[in-house]
Write a protein that binds this ligand. Structure first.
Ligand SMILES: Nc1ncnc2c1ncn2[C@@H]1O[C@H](COP(=O)(O)OP(=O)(O)OP(=O)(O)O)[C@@H](O)[C@H]1O
Length: 259
């Protein structure tokens, strides 16, 4: 569970990015955060992962948290699996090195994200998407209870986007992890998130069940671009896509978001 109460933040004396933000993301469920560039999504995640102190409010998390940043540079001596092993650091004593169990867990995690064959490659020579998967494996290796990911699919091709979305689903439903991710892909939130938080550039927000929050109207108002939701049925299942009508742009009305 992640409980955010009356959260507010601004950098220095700049405008408040968000204020009076109170939401609870329940345990063993998936939640998504969407919002335009610069509205404060990463700032909120940094507060949740304790790398930033909010100007206002409190954040409570039940259980050890794993944070997956969008990108991370590393010393050229590190291999992919060395990076994943860093996820085990909380299990090591101050002067001890990773043991057999830590290594096994690191290799298992890198296999889970489909990169087993690249485990010994230099991390700084991997592609942007491959590094993103390594950072996810690093969080998995930490055996966290709460997994927080900043745009985990931003550098991934559509096949690997599917790998990550299915993995997140499995982590929540089979292992009971609480998963929270930011995304610019409304389809990803519709596909796997139980709850969605929409953050606006003017500091307001809406949070609720994904199907009720990610409506064509809310998305059009939030981005200022008309959109259509297209549902594709395949047997028992439905895949949804949000199609922005860029070519047919008409200024969307500036109305408050409603769930
Ligand atoms: N350390 C900082 N000092 C000053 N301003 C900052 C700092 N970090 C972020 N900002 C500003 O705060 C705003 C929100 O940034 P943030 O990275 O949280 O947005 P975001 O919603 O994650 O954006 P994006 O979708 O583009 O990743 C931006 O205008 C950014 O320039």
């Amino acid at each position: 569970m992640i409980r955010i109460e009356n959260a507010g933040h601004r950098y220095g004396s700049q405008h408040w990015l968000f204020r009076e933000l109170s939401v609870t993301f329940p345990s063993a469920r998936i939640a998504a955060i969407l919002g335009p560039n610069g509205c404060g999504k990463t700032t909120l995640l940094r507060a949740i992962s304790r790398t930033l102190t909010l100007k206002e409010g409190i954040i409570d998390i039940d259980g050890h948290e794993g944070f997956v940043p969008q990108a991370l540079t590393a010393d050229q001596s590190y291999s992919a699996v060395d990076m994943v092993l860093m996820g085990r650091s909380r299990y090591l004593g101050r002067f001890s090195s990773p043991g057999r169990k830590d290594r096994e867990r690191a290799y298992e995690s890198i296999e889970e994200v489909g990169l087993g064959a690249l485990a010994e490659q230099r991390y700084d020579r991997l592609s942007g998407g491959q590094r993103q998967l390594v950072l996810l494996a690093r969080a998995l290796a930490s055996d966290c209870k709460v997994l927080v990911l900043d745009e985990p699919a931003s550098a991934l091709d559509i096949a690997n986007q599917g790998v990550v979305l299915r993995l997140l689903l499995r982590l929540a439903s089979s292992l009971g992890l609480t998963v929270l991710f930011t995304t610019h892909h409304p389809d990803h939130a519709i596909g796997i998130a139980d709850t969605t938080l929409l953050m606006q550039r003017n500091g307001t927000h809406v949070c609720g069940p994904t199907g009720e929050v990610l409506t064509e109207g809310n998305l059009a108002r939030m981005y200022g671009v008309p959109v259509r939701r297209v549902d594709v049925h395949a047997g028992e299942e439905t895949a949804s896509a949000i199609v922005p009508l860029h070519g047919l742009r008409s200024k969307a009305p500036d109305q408050p978001l409603v769930p």
